[in-house]
Write a protein that binds this ligand. Structure first.
Ligand SMILES: C[S@@+](CC[C@H](N)C(=O)[O-])C[C@H]1O[C@@H](n2cnc3c(N)ncnc32)[C@H](O)[C@@H]1O
Length: 262
């Protein structure tokens, strides 16, 4: 991974009641804990959950941009995911078919949106996120989801989060996944993902995933059935490797590498 420019990140909370949580997180991540929200980049415990607040270059300087992961509302809302069908591109790419739901390793969890959709479609999913900061936001979102039915059932039974590097863990699996899913940070420029404020915030924290060709190499040895790589439309093949087939969408595509015969 290419390191993001070093941000002077700290933890804090919006109320005294939440401050203990901010102190614990600061200790865990080795960050300073400030008594109150400031204008510097911060992980902030609020009444609704943990938020990342930072100023994105070129955005309105009077307001911080916020990254908040919420499986019960917003884009990833359960209602939205429930409408996903087994015919949608991601489902087809990972190999969902009547009577079969693959066990999926999402090697690049990010905000957990794709993992959530797969879990809602009936797949068991292990999410890996190597950034401790994004991992903390994701863990907080999972904790909240476990308090809300029917999300609680899905997250208890179908989803597991591991904060760590997927490439390391994939080398030593007890139970191989049917499918490994890789959605690395998109290359700079000419990408629709850069238009997403959330992805711009994630990039400010994690930098570029320019080691993703190596992740694909490991995944190809670890997946029982297939590896799926999400790429922007027109982007070169990851590591120059030709996929078995592609699932095309308007702005992006899934490159599918079947591993059964490798
Ligand atoms: C584009 S985002 C993924 C978005 C995700 N598919 C979603 O639905 O929100 C890429 C994420 O993968 C993480 N990542 C990249 N390589 C990784 C690896 N080897 N192990 C674990 N996480 C990784 C990055 O830190 C980043 O948060």
């Amino acid at each position: 991974m290419t390191a993001a420019p070093s941000l002077e990140l700290s933890c804090t909370a919006t109320s005294a009641a939440l401050h203990q949580k901010a102190e614990e997180l600061a200790k865990k991540l080795g960050l300073p804990c400030l008594p109150a929200p400031a204008s510097t980049p911060q992980l902030v415990y609020t009444e609704r959950g943990l938020e990342l607040r930072l100023q994105l270059p070129g955005s309105d300087t009077s307001r911080a941009s916020v990254l908040f992961i919420d499986f019960a509302g917003g884009k990833a809302a359960f209602r939205h995911a429930r409408n996903c069908t087994a015919r949608q591109p991601l489902a087809r790419a990972v190999g969902i078919r009547p009577g079969f739901r693959p066990f999926v390793f999402d090697a690049t969890a990010g905000m957990g949106g794709d993992a959530f959709v797969l879990a809602c479609l009936g797949c068991r999913v292990v999410m890996f996120e190597r950034s401790p900061v994004i991992g903390a936001l994701l863990a907080d979102a999972v904790e909240r989801a476990l308090l809300v039915e029917p999300l609680a059932d899905i997250f208890r039974d179908m989803v597991r989060l591991i904060i760590g590097d997927a490439a390391e863990v994939l080398k030593q699996l007890a139970e191989p996944a049917d499918a490994v899913y890789i959605d690395p940070m998109y290359p700079h420029r000419r990408t629709s993902a850069l238009n997403s404020k959330e992805m711009r915030i994630i990039r400010a924290i994690v930098g570029d995933d320019d080691d993703s060709p190596a992740l694909l190499d490991v995944a190809l040895t670890a997946a029982a059935d297939r590896v799926v790589v999400k790429r922007p439309k027109g982007a070169p093949l990851l590591g120059g490797r030709r996929p078995s087939h592609q699932v095309l969408m308007k702005n992006s595509r899934f490159d599918v590498y079947l591993t059964r015969h490798l």
